[in-house]
Design a protein around this ligand. Structure first.
Ligand code: GLN
Length: 201
């Protein structure tokens, strides 16, 4: 059974624990480099990406995260987590990180636009066909969600909503604009746990 950590600095950590456990993984919280070193894969939760990024720097986790992702550790980011796994971020909101460039872990060759789905639509749900997930559409829960503005050659689009890419996979890295951890449908987490198993085998 693979051990999947959840980056537990800020965001909907508990919901990811529940979804990962239901998908058959051992779970543990990651707040320190030693904890990161002990996991087979990592979930970066939804929340506020600027906060998660600042805390990751403050906790001495940013470089270790980049190193492990570079070395091939499977990682899955939902919403804010997608932003952290993007090689490049654009910001659609006027209130951004004080004009400073937001640091990311990176790993997926894509440009992600924060808060892209707009204010009038800060939250909505939509059924999504997700490549690799069998058994009908996934209910996509979008909360001040980013979209993927563009992807590089190695990144594969897994789902599209309204003409915008909302799920991407690149090798052992997975990212969704939406929050499957909030729905009780564990198929996306099960796909990720399979990716972790495959990487460990
Ligand atoms: N808007 C948030 C951000 O930019 C993401 C929202 C979410 O994770 N639900 O970090």
């Amino acid at each position: 059974t693979p051990t999947v950590g959840v980056l537990a600095l800020q965001g909907d950590v508990r919901e990811h624990f529940a979804a990962l456990a239901a998908a058959g993984a051992h779970t543990c919280a990651v707040r320190r480099p030693e904890e990161l070193a002990a996991v087979d894969g990592l979930v970066v939760p939804g929340g506020e990406s600027t906060t998660i990024s600042k805390l990751a720097v403050a906790f001495g986790l940013m470089e270790p995260l980049r190193e492990r992702v570079r070395a091939g550790m499977p990682a899955y980011g939902s919403c804010a987590g997608m932003i952290l796994l993007a090689d490049k971020i654009l910001d659609a909101s006027p209130v951004s990180a004080g004009g400073q460039e937001q640091e990311t872990v990176g790993g997926i060759d894509m440009i992600v636009r924060r808060n892209a789905f707009g204010r009038q639509n800060e939250s909505f749900e939509a059924p999504l066909d997700v490549k690799g997930v069998e058994g009908g559409p996934v209910e996509g829960v979008f909360i001040r969600a980013p979209w993927v503005e563009s992807t590089g050659e190695r990144a594969e689009t897994l789902a599209v909503h309204d003409g915008h890419t909302v799920a991407v996979r690149q090798d052992a890295l997975l990212a969704t604009s939406f929050h499957p951890e909030l729905t009780g449908d564990h198929r996306v987490h099960a796909m990720f746990v399979e990716m972790v198993r495959a990487a460990a085998a």
